[in-house]
Design a protein around this ligand. Structure first.
Ligand SMILES: *Cc1c(COP(=O)(O)O)cnc(C)c1O
Length: 397
């Protein structure tokens, strides 16, 4: 048995991080790291950004928690900022990504059943998708490994549609279908961007059949792909979209947003959560979005993403081990021809924190304010490790 009192749910890296600022992290041995994973797309403004820290400290002096039965100016302001900068008309705040997707699934069902008056409840999702770990969201997730041991799964999901396969999608739609849900870059599934033509056809199918389009922006939202929300790259608006990860700059927050008549799917008592929209969480959200607007964070992320992709193409593109470099903005995957676990560990040992996305993909998620110098450092380290690996392969084959 291990000496930890925690459930053994995470295959942890052998690093204990104790301090972070900007793009840098330090472990308990004092070793410094360049962070190209951002706590998995959470620390989008870098670690401990001053603007958010100041807002949190000020709020700690005012009020920590208030029941959702009372008014909450921070929550109103956070929602207004999100609505003013998106296609959405209303926001529901919760505490995590899975909860945001649960809220989206519930809203889609309740809108169909109570507003439209139809017996529609089924949610269609895609192979390799990832939507969370609650029972409903793991069912929606198109990966068997997250369902293993948790049978029976809740009813009302179809999660086996190949991405980019319109005939299969169309065949799955029936009189009980309520919504189609997808990520616009499948992140955990291997950093796979969705084709614009496919999304347009999905939108058209939704319109033709009376279905809602739900976009899971938990990883792709908050500027990660070079737009504030990934769907803004496309000529398509979702009916519902979800946020979490970067929205509180590290303070845990989730959000579910909807537009138009869909908003009427929720009425008093239909959905609730104790901690959703707590004054401290909302101070983090307001400061985060205000920082994005004031410092042109999204534009900077788009520029940095182009630079990162160009450098990766130039320095890694021709390496024999590299199959493809793909993604959007600062959500980039390096697809390799073999498992990358050991390569990622070697990068960690050399002081660069990156993460995998499936067995063969190295995923890069630097903060949105990453500098060209930091990108150069990271790309050079990755190139060195992949080149050395290629040399080892040649010797041993
Ligand atoms: C991380 C993630 C989730 C789950 O969010 P949690 O906060 O871990 O519950 C859902 N969907 C996507 C696309 C994610 O990246």
């Amino acid at each position: 048995m291990s000496d930890s009192a925690l459930f053994n749910t995470y295959a942890s890296y052998p690093i204990t991080l104790v301090k972070g600022k900007g793009s840098r992290l330090w472990d308990d041995q004092g070793k410094e790291y360049l962070d190209f994973m951002s706590g998995l797309a959470v620390a989008n403004l870098g670690h401990a950004p001053d603007s958010v820290k100041d807002a949190l400290v000020a709020q700690l002096d005012q009020l920590w928690h208030v029941s959702n039965l009372f008014g909450n100016p921070n929550k109103e302001k956070a929602a207004r900022l999100l609505v003013d900068n998106s296609c959405a008309d209303a926001v529901f705040f919760c505490n995590s990504g899975a909860e945001a997707n649960e809220a989206a699934i519930k809203l889609a069902r309740r809108y169909q059943q109570k507003v439209k008056g139809v017996n529609r409840y089924e949610i269609i999702t895609f192979n390799q998708s990832f939507h969370g770990r609650t029972l409903a969201t793991l069912t929606a997730t198109g990966q068997d490994k997250v369902k293993d041991g948790f049978l029976p799964l809740p009813e009302g999901f179809r999660y086996d549609i190949p991405l980019h396969d319109i005939p299969a999608l169309e065949a799955a739609i029936n009189e009980h279908t309520a919504a189609i849900m997808l990520e616009l870059v499948q992140a955990e599934g291997g950093v796979i961007p969705v084709d614009p033509g496919f999304l347009s056809e999905v939108r058209a199918l939704c319109d033709r059949h009376g279905l809602l389009l739900i976009v899971d922006e938990i990883q792709t939202g908050m500027g990660r792909t070079g737009k504030l929300f990934a769907h803004q790259h496309y000529d398509v608006e979702p009916d519902i979209f979800t946020l979490a990860k970067g929205i509180g700059s590290g303070f845990p927050v989730g959000a579910m947003l909807a537009k138009g008549d869909v908003v009427n799917g929720f009425v008093p008592g239909a959905h609730a959560t104790t901690f959703g929209g707590t004054p401290i969480a909302m101070a983090a959200v307001v400061a985060t979005i205000e920082t994005y607007l004031k410092d042109n964070v999204v534009e900077r992320a788009a520029e940095a993403g182009e630079y990162l992709l160009a450098q990766l193409e130039a320095k890694l593109g021709k390496l024999p081990i590299v199959d493809q470099i793909r993604g959007k903005g600062l959500l980039i995957g390096i697809l390799c021809k073999e498992p990358v676990g050991e390569l990622v560990s070697e990068l960690h040992r050399r002081g660069l924190l990156v993460v995998t996305a499936g067995p063969n993909v190295i995923r890069l998620l630097p903060n949105l304010l990453v500098t060209h110098e930091e990108i150069d450092t990271a790309v050079n380290q990755i190139a060195a490790v992949l080149t050395e690996k290629a040399a080892v392969n040649t010797v041993s084959s």
